[in-house]
Design a protein. Structure first.
Length: 374
């Protein structure tokens, strides 16, 4: 048989093989699709905490499986303990919280007028001005009663979303065990495959993706620690009960764009209800200009340092990623912008180099003919 006819006969078989391989890949993706988000979280978690795992494995001389188990156990405790402590521990605490909310709705802030009157120079003016506002919120229940079903459905939806997120996080921590134990082999296979398909540029983009991911994680952790400490300090100064616990809760919630205000705003309202107007105003100003400013400064700085991105692109990537992809967009947004920004810079540099080479070739003097020739 002629070689060309043999090649022609192999083409249909090769095409069928490629189609079968594509169908296999789509089938695997469909099987893993329900767990794709948890798998991505597990990979991000294992990658960002890999130095701690490597310390346990190499320095502490633990086996890979045992070191992975220690990491997973520690992460379970870090996630589970704040949830346990944040929940009301007794019926009396729940009843006290309900009574304070009821007092806010029925009595409003009775001490606000007297406190304003005690201010020098502007106290009487502010008291008379505030007298025109009705702080009696007793009619709020009647106003909201027709929408009780909608409000209950919204609250249930939020609760189910929170529970689903917690369950997905716990599943991601469990899956991270396998990324810890087999992570090096996975990374080597992925690096070889990407390098074979995309070459050296793909390898650089892979390293860039890792740096961006690590920068986002460090930005989240730095923001959580800073906002937790500042919240606990402000609550302690204002005399709010359980400042350390609420600081931990604020730090845990700070991974969301509006997490920490869910702690210090109710604390400021509680201070107003308790007729501690000065400390309530302090808590509101401290939270708005102190605690919340951390989210706008520390997180973008840490992320941009790991991503080697302009600060504006980092901030837009994090915020836009959340709107486009949900919470996972905190990582996907900066990663996509970093990869795109790097490709634009590389293509621009290549185009400039080619233009410079062409210009140099055009302006170079023509070689002179050899007079001795001939």
């Amino acid at each position: 048989m002629h070689p060309s006819s043999e090649v022609e006969s192999l083409r249909p078989a090769r095409l069928i093989g490629l189609l079968a391989l594509l169908a296999l890949g789509v089938g695997c993706l469909l099987v893993l699709w329900p767990f794709l988000s948890a798998l991505l979280w597990a990979a991000i978690l294992a990658f960002s905490t890999w130095p701690a795992y490597r310390f346990l494995r190499d320095r502490a001389r633990l086996s890979p499986g045992f070191a992975a188990g220690v990491m997973v156990t520690a992460e379970m405790l870090l996630v589970g303990l704040p949830i346990v402590f944040a929940a009301p521990t007794s019926r009396e605490e729940v009843e006290a919280l309900r009574a304070q909310v009821e007092a806010l709705l029925t009595a409003g802030m009775p001490g606000l007028g007297a406190w304003l009157a005690g201010l020098p120079y502007v106290g009487d003016f502010l008291r008379d001005w505030m007298a025109g506002f009705a702080f009696d919120l007793s009619g709020l229940a009647n106003l909201l009663r027709p929408y009780a079903g909608t409000i209950a459905s919204a609250v249930l939806t939020v609760l189910l979303a929170v529970l689903s997120g917690v369950a997905e996080l716990l599943l991601a921590i469990l899956l991270a065990f396998f990324f810890y134990r087999d992570g090096e082999a996975m990374a080597q296979r992925a690096s070889r495959m990407i390098g074979r398909v995309g070459g050296a540029r793909a390898q650089r983009l892979l390293v860039l993706t890792g740096n961006v991911t690590r920068g986002v994680v460090y930005g989240l952790i730095g923001t959580a620690v800073a906002q937790g400490i500042l919240t606990a300090l402000g609550l302690w100064l204002a005399g709010v009960p359980q400042p350390v616990l609420l600081g931990v809760v604020a730090g845990a919630l700070s991974i969301f764009p509006v997490g920490a205000p869910l702690v210090w705003i109710p604390a400021a309202i509680w201070l107003f209800v308790e007729d501690r107007i000065g400390w309530g105003i302090f808590m509101a100003l401290y939270g708005a200009f102190g605690i919340s400013s951390v989210d706008n400064v520390i997180r973008p700085l840490l992320i941009s340092r790991g991503a080697d991105l302009p600060l504006l692109l980092t901030l837009l990537g994090a915020l836009g990623g959340v709107f486009a992809f949900g919470f996972l967009g905190l990582f996907l947004g900066p990663v996509l912008l970093a990869v795109g920004f790097t490709l634009v810079l590389e293509f621009s540099a290549e185009a400039e180099a080619q233009d410079a080479a062409v210009e140099a070739a055009e302006t170079a003097p023509a070689p002179r003919p050899d007079r001795d020739a001939g």
